[in-house]
Design a protein around this ligand. Structure first.
Ligand SMILES: *[C@@H]1O[C@H](CO)[C@@H](O)[C@H](O)[C@H]1NC(C)=O
Ligand SMILES: *[C@@H]1O[C@H](CO)[C@@H](O)[C@H](O)[C@H]1NC(C)=O
Ligand SMILES: *[C@@H]1O[C@H](CO)[C@@H](O)[C@H](O)[C@H]1NC(C)=O
Ligand SMILES: *[C@@H]1O[C@H](CO)[C@@H](O)[C@H](O)[C@H]1NC(C)=O
Ligand SMILES: *[C@@H]1O[C@H](CO)[C@@H](O)[C@H](O)[C@H]1NC(C)=O
Length: 497
């Protein structure tokens, strides 16, 4: 969810241990290959002459569903919603797994080689991975992402898309009328999977949900607390922000602030909060997407960030180690250049060569969900700058989408779906105890949901949506148990006489 910086930026800090000799390129490749959150490559711009040809997945056939633009106005016309299928092991009468990636384009990995595809396979099910409206190539006919054009991007419309698909499945799939549909999703898409079962129990038989922040929240300071808890060097990083970076950022001394930005190689970021945000997110990304070493010679990403700080004896030295890491990374990848920094983030054009999934997601959290990852005022430790506050995020919302609601409609969202107090049946939830998002899931200490059968599994050492990755021999016992739990739970529901 936190895609403000690309995956590459995340690795920056891993590589950062200037004194730790690691093979940066191999870490990069491994993390990239294993991440289920990796951005889509090579997406064509939308055109009015029918669906564009996919350039990134020549081997996987793409299907398009003729979807209603506005479910509250049946005369609003239609648009094409993209999906992939895996029917290799499907037997008629088997369950239909309906997955959506949510806020990114559909990814062939989920369909072809993931725990989700293996699960579908073991039930002789059909797996469908369908794109969420306004992501990837599944856009209603609009010319740009200006605020008025975003009006059909709501959770309700997305849920009704999936309901429509289940009610009127494409004929070419030959789905029997009485088939059992199981919705599947991770992160925001996990909310959708949960809410599909909750709101359409007659259409959706069950749901499998990973790391879903089902409680909408404006001031999501718990996110940073989760990062702190997962990092053995949180004290070092916290000291760097508290005693070195923040005093400068809040000094009002422009030349000192410029020097600090230069120290990170980020002098092109004019806005101080943009800069603070840029240097605050990398560690969070590492924790959120944590994957333990798969072979003994691979470094542990969290230990790799923290190792250099063992030599630190002052906040100044910690600050130096941290900034060197970010700088080394920028040099290493060249991914973040002056031109594409916030300009890319801010683009509201959908005719760019690479479709920007960040803008629609920003609209969604600005509009209905919140999740502003702020500095935690009441904590003694933090891995981010204290100038990262609600106003910073709201400012981005207002900048990108002038005229949007002045604050996300959190209460409405939680009232509609139940949030922490939701009532969920035939829904199996998996969360991870080091995932910073877990604070907003059914596994949160603050949550009091009624989950029929208490089908919730918390993975020890588990990160965000980790269970969706294809099983690997190096997976922890807890992760293996989680996947077995999902399988057994669904089997019980499907085969119960
Ligand atoms: C989609 O459905 C609409 C209304 O039923 C129809 O007019 C249109 O031709 C369909 N488009 C495609 C590509 O099937
Ligand atoms: C369907 O998923 C199974 C399990 O991951 C995989 O073995 C198979 O190759 C997949 N089929 C396609 C067409 O991707
Ligand atoms: C502002 O910062 C610069 C560079 O660090 C320093 O030389 C200067 O004395 C500072 N000015 C004030 C008024 O503190
Ligand atoms: C940094 O962390 C190490 C342990 O990783 C600790 O020994 C050291 O005291 C810390 N340095 C500071 C300045 O907090
Ligand atoms: C990037 O790193 C290389 C190798 O360490 C170094 O030679 C080069 O000067 C660096 N470039 C910049 C812009 O820092």
């Amino acid at each position: 969810m936190m895609k403000y910086f690309s995956l590459f930026f995340i690795i920056a800090t891993i590589v950062s241990g200037c004194s730790v000799k690691v093979n940066a390129a191999s870490i990069l490749l491994n993390l990239h290959a294993r991440s289920m959150q990796s951005p889509q490559a090579g997406i064509n711009p939308i055109s009015e002459n029918g669906p564009p040809q996919p350039t990134d997945v020549p081997s996987l056939p793409v299907f398009y569903y003729n979807q209603t633009i506005d479910h509250f106005d049946k005369n609003s016309g239609t648009f094409l919603q993209r999906y992939y299928i895996n029917s290799t092991f499907y037997k008629e009468g088997g369950p239909i797994f309906l997955h959506t990636p949510g806020e990114t384009g559909i990814n062939p990995i989920i369909t072809t080689s993931s725990f989700v595809s293996e699960l579908a396979t073991s039930f002789n099910g059909l797996l469908i991975s369908i794109e969420h409206r306004y992501y990837g190539e599944s856009y209603p006919p609009i010319n740009d992402l200006s605020t008025p054009n975003m009006k059909f991007l709501t959770v309700d419309q997305a849920l009704l898309d999936f309901a429509n698909f289940i009610k009127y499945p494409p004929q070419e799939l030959n789905i029997a009328k009485d088939s059992k549909w199981i919705t599947v999703g991770g992160s925001y898409a996990g909310n959708l999977a949960t809410w599909m079962r909750e709101k359409f129990p007659n259409l959706v038989f069950a749901a499998y949900v990973s790391s879903a922040p089902i409680e909408a929240k404006l001031d999501f300071f718990e996110f940073d607390q989760g990062v702190v808890n997962a990092l053995p060097c949180a004290q070092n990083i916290s000291d760097a922000f508290k005693f070195v970076y923040d005093p400068i950022l809040m000094s009002g001394n422009d030349s000192a602030i410029l020097e600090l930005k230069q120290q990170f190689g980020l002098e092109m970021l004019q806005d101080n909060k943009d800069f603070a945000s840029a240097i605050s997110h990398p560690t969070a990304s590492i924790v959120q997407n944590y994957v333990p070493p798969q072979t003994p010679d691979q470094p542990d990403p969290i230990l790799s960030i923290c190792a250099p700080f063992a030599q630190s004896s002052s906040p100044e030295i910690s600050a130096f180690i941290y900034s060197e890491g970010v700088k080394a990374f920028l040099n290493l990848t060249g991914v973040i250049t002056p031109e594409d920094k916030l300009a890319q983030f801010a683009t509201t054009s959908i005719s760019t060569t690479e479709k920007n999934d960040l803008a629609p997601y920003t609209y969604q959290y600005c509009n209905e969900l919140g999740y502003y990852q702020t500095f935690p005022k009441s904590s003694s430790l933090s891995t981010r700058s204290q100038i990262i506050d609600i106003d910073y995020y709201q400012g981005q919302c207002n900048f990108l989408f002038p005229g949007i609601v002045s604050s996300p409609t959190i209460q409405k969202t939680n009232k509609k779906f139940g949030g922490f107090n939701g009532k969920f049946s035939r829904t199996v939830f998996v969360n991870g105890d080091i995932d910073p998002w877990t604070a907003l899931t059914v596994s949160s200490k603050s949550a009091n949901p009624k989950v029929e059968g208490n089908t919730i599994f918390l993975v020890k050492g588990g990160s965000h949506v980790r269970d969706f990755a294809p099983p690997s021999p190096s997976d922890s016992d807890s992760l293996n148990e989680a996947r077995t739990f999902v399988y057994n739970t669904l089997a019980k529901w499907l085969y119960k006489k």
